[in-house]
Design a protein around this ligand. Structure first.
Ligand code: NAD
Ligand code: UDP
Length: 319
């Protein structure tokens, strides 16, 4: 049985990855320090013989006993509100955490895939974003702690690949959504749905003309799975190219939730990228992958999930 270590296992993507690799008959070791994650995302796995969980901060030395075939490094705050609240930890998990996991991969002769992001393109001057684009990031801006940690993560990963001959994979994830996102993590989808469920106005930042392209979690996980098992070691964008302005998206959510909430406008956060859309030519050609779930279908499932949460979750204040 192949053994895989998944960091960030109690988070949104990490927990779905645990499910997927359990389904594929792997022995899964989940690791998380629960700083933005929630054990409830993986509690259904605790009864399984081929699942183990380590409560551990990956910025500290990481070790696991015995054989290890694969590592997925997904530990990191991912929401702008989270990483603005814990900027140093965000830099550390991208830098020191990645270094520790690369070291572990080297010792175990394991293949490692790291979770990079569309944020490495910053506020992009090339549209849609291809993997060849170097990006436009403000190193010293408030979002720099995340963007630069992820850029360093890519660099050190390629250095281990070239210098130590390590088998590495780099996925550049574009805005992904679905069940198990934290209702109060501040990202736009939980924010809008939470507001609609509480009967509050939807807060669009700026004039809402900035765009994003949202990918449903099942599609994202399939892309990551294929990339891990491929023999391609340069970065690959995995995301849904269907782009929408945030204003139009807010209107879609008002329709979806059947509420008559108003849309109100708040200041645009500093360095908020104005447009974002993945060019997925590489993923199509190399992995035979493209997204299958439409935004309408994915958002319906996501709304059902949030609607089913206990009411107190709706009013839990985090920020
Ligand atoms: P999330 O916040 O739900 O999950 C991140 C998990 O990492 C949490 O469970 C958290 O507790 C854990 N973690 C953070 N620091 C840690 C540390 N030092 N040691 C151990 N565990 C730690 O976020 P997510 O959306 O699931 O994102 C997962 C990964 O995917 C992140 O690396 C993120 O940068 C990347 N990513 C996500 C998206 C997206 O749209 N969801 C987009 C681009 C990149
Ligand atoms: N956004 C918004 N209202 C909110 C939360 C976010 O208008 O309540 C905007 C945000 O400014 C950004 C977009 O939605 O332009 C996506 O934000 P998110 O935090 O989800 O992700 P990211 O900016 O990292 O893509």
């Amino acid at each position: 049985m192949k053994k895989i270590l998944i960091t960030g296992a109690a988070g949104f993507l990490g927990s779905h990855l645990c499910d997927r690799f359990i389904k594929e008959d792997f022995h899964v070791i989940g690791m998380d320090n629960l700083i933005t994650g929630d054990l409830r995302n993986i509690q259904h796995l605790f009864k399984l013989k081929n699942f183990e969980f380590y409560n551990h901060d990956v910025t500290k030395f990481v070790s696991v006993p015995g054989q290890l075939d694969y590592i997925l490094h997904f530990a990191s705050p991912a929401s702008p509100i989270d990483y603005l609240k814990i900027p140093i930890q965000t830099l550390k998990v991208g830098a020191l955490g990645t270094h520790n996991l690369l070291g572990l991969a080297k010792v175990k002769k394991a293949r490692i895939l790291i979770a990079s992001t569309s944020e490495i393109y910053g506020d992009p001057l090339v549209h849609p974003q291809t993997e060849e684009y170097y990006g436009n990031v403000n190193t010293i801006g408030p979002r720099g702690v995340y963007d630069e940690a992820k850029r360093f993560m890519e660099s050190i990963t390629m250095a281990y690949n070239r210098f130590h001959g390590l088998e590495t994979r780099i996925v550049r994830i574009f805005n992904t959504y679905g069940p198990r996102m934290r209702l109060n993590d501040g990202r736009v989808i939980p924010a809008f749905i939470g507001q609609a469920l509480r009967g509050e106005d939807l807060t669009v930042f700026g004039d809402g003309s900035q765009t994003r392209s949202f990918c449903y979690v099942d599609d994202e996980i399939e892309g990551i799975y294929r990339l891990l098992l491929s023999d391609y070691d340069l970065p690959v964008n995995i995301g849904n190219p269907h782009e929408i302005t945030i204003k139009d998206f807010a209107e879609e959510i008002v329709k979806l939730t059947g509420t008559d909430q108003k849309i109100i406008y708040k200041p645009l956060p500093k360095d908020d990228p104005m447009q974002r859309q993945p060019d997925i030519t590489k993923a199509k050609e190399i992995l035979g992958w493209e997204p299958k779930v439409s935004r309408a279908e994915g958002m319906k499932k996501t709304y059902e999930y949030f609607k089913g949460l206990p009411e107190e979750e709706l009013y839990k204040k985090e920020h």
